[in-house]
Design a protein around this ligand. Structure first.
Ligand code: FES
Length: 111
């Protein structure tokens, strides 16, 4: 079972969290099931970019974003080379380290 290490986020996860996730589950589902209130405005169909996260480690063990995910990522705040939409990432065996952005497409989450 993959583990997801979530780096501390001032509002959503102040102390960070280690999650034992289920292979095949989406990263977004796994974060929500662990009590992290990640935004998911389109109900996890890959159409809003509010579930944007940065996969800081382990991303090489994931399939790359498809065209639809890449198109939505263009609208994400703070996009970088490790950006993914959490609802589009299906967990495999690789452990991941995930950073939650301070802002989302919906509203600002500032310190
Ligand atoms: S919840 Fe909308 S793109 Fe992931």
């Amino acid at each position: 079972m993959p583990r997801v290490h979530v780096l501390p986020h001032p509002e959503l996860c102040p102390d960070g969290l280690d999650i034992q996730a289920r292979r095949g589950a989406s990263l977004c589902e796994s974060l929500l099931a662990s009590g992290i209130a990640l935004e998911h405005a389109c109900e996890m169909v890959g159409a809003c970019a509010t579930c944007h996260v940065h996969v800081r480690a382990g991303g090489a063990g994931l399939p790359p974003p498809d065209d639809e995910e890449s198109d939505q990522l263009d609208h994400a705040w703070g996009l970088d080379a490790q950006s993914r939409l959490a609802c589009c990432v299906k967990l495999r065996d690789a452990d991941l380290t995930v950073e939650l952005p301070l802002h989302t497409r919906n509203h600002a989450r500032e310190r």
